[in-house]
Design a protein around this ligand. Structure first.
Ligand code: 0PR
Length: 383
């Protein structure tokens, strides 16, 4: 398409847009079952639209928004993760958060051939981190229950190891690694541990309080030096809103560069992106203030119950079986003739994928019991 010489009226632009976006699945369609995102909470949408001009790349212009990020959002996230004072940012997503953690570990380690040990179940954002930062990825094997094999992690530690990664809510299965054991290992060898709780960060604290038996995963464990926790997943915030929290300021300092000419004077910037949305920070702040721990507990309670209900139904479905019992609100299953089943379900409008060798259903806040039953009906018919 050519860059238009003359513009067209707004209404016409909107009509054209509608033509394209009507092809998208929306979270209110009742059909999206495989996504880790959801329809953002209405308060967050309102705040996001109101403040979309705020730029945290130049915090001197927006000191109020900066204060909310530094002193309130990061503090509230730290508190949720059992840390009195944390250091970090609301970033573009889990990918940037993971990259920042690896970058901090690499810069502080000062070894010539840096290596990062991570579970085979780790998200592909670490592949980007490894490539961009010149860090070799050393993959640790998984146990039969899909948690990382801590003995294999230990066997792979070398003098080049700059850090270890544990996952609290894997992308495919929602599995939480044995983070307490990884933390002990990290302390024993004097290596920092990063926990990727991009998904689990807004699930596990609430699920534990509800009585679900899940391992500790956060700063309560002394070996944990950084955590990725994404508000734009189970936090119900608008995209983009990832989160990175470090235990100590030295990690943030290790990735800061000088931006000498901005409105705030000579400032240090640790994020990958320069210009970045203050609206994301304000939306996250508003949501946490509005929902509180109890509000998130209700959301997680519903999601966890629905996951268990679905898992039990899968067990009763001939030709389908669970990959493993769910730990969080993600249920993954295999079927006979998986490819054909996937194709047929998609042709019935379901937003799912089977690219990992199984179908992953993520019980996000927009997923209802009626949707789940509708899907089960289709699944049984298709199988
Ligand atoms: N860490 C973990 C454990 C993740 O699952 C993800 C994303 C990331 C990091 C990276 O986060 P960002 O995508 O925010 O950078 N996991 C989702 C996935 O791969 C991302 C996603 C979200 C995919 C919504 C599809 C979708 O519709 O499943």
């Amino acid at each position: 398409m050519k860059f238009p010489r003359k513009g067209i009226p707004q209404e016409e632009v909107m009509r054209e847009l509608e033509k394209y976006t009507s092809k998208d699945l929306s979270f209110s369609s009742g059909k999206i079952l495989g996504s880790m995102c959801t329809l953002p909470h209405e308060l967050a949408r309102e705040v996001f639209c109101l403040y979309m001009d705020r730029n945290l790349g130049d915090p001197g212009l927006h000191p109020g928004t900066k204060k909310i990020e530094e002193e309130e959002v990061i503090e509230m996230l730290s508190d949720l993760l059992h840390l009195e004072r944390g250091y970090g940012h609301v970033v573009s997503g889990g990918t940037e958060a993971n990259i920042l953690a690896v970058r901090a570990f690499r810069n502080l380690a000062d070894v010539e051939n840096p290596e990062l040990i991570l579970p085979r179940s780790a998200h592909f954002s670490f592949i980007k981190a490894g490539e961009m930062l010149g860090v070799k990825l050393v993959w640790a094997d998984l146990n039969p229950d899909y948690t990382v094999d801590v003995k294999d992690v230990e066997a792979k530690i070398s003098e080049n190891t700059i850090g270890i990664v544990g996952i609290a809510g894997t992308t495919g299965l929602g599995v939480v690694d044995d983070i307490p054991a990884l933390s002990d290992l990290a302390r024993e060898y004097g290596i920092p541990l990063h926990v990727d709780a991009a998904f689990g960060g807004f699930v596990i604290p609430f699920a534990k309080e509800l009585g679900y038996d899940l391992p500790d995963f956060d700063f309560k464990l002394k070996g944990v030096q950084s955590i990725t926790i994404d508000p734009h997943k189970m936090g119900m915030a608008p995209i983009p809103a990832g989160g990175i929290v470090f235990r100590r300021k030295k990690y943030l300092r290790a990735i800061s560069v000088l931006a000498p000419y901005l409105a705030g004077g000579r400032i240090l910037q640790a994020t990958i992106t320069g210009t970045r949305p203050g609206a994301s920070v304000l939306a996250v702040w508003a949501l946490i203030k509005h929902l509180g721990f109890e509000g998130y507990m209700k959301i997680v309670d519903r999601a966890m119950r629905l996951s268990r209900l679905f898992a039990e139904e899968i067990k009763k479905t001939p030709g389908a079986w669970l990959v493993r019992e769910p730990m969080l609100n993600i249920v993954s299953f295999k079927t006979r003739n998986l490819r054909r089943v996937e194709k047929e379900l998609k042709s019935r409008g379901w937003g799912i994928s089977a690219h990992r060798g199984y179908i992953r259903i993520v019980f996000m806040p927009h997923v209802t019991e009626a949707m789940t039953r509708e899907f089960l009906k289709d699944l049984r018919e298709v199988i």
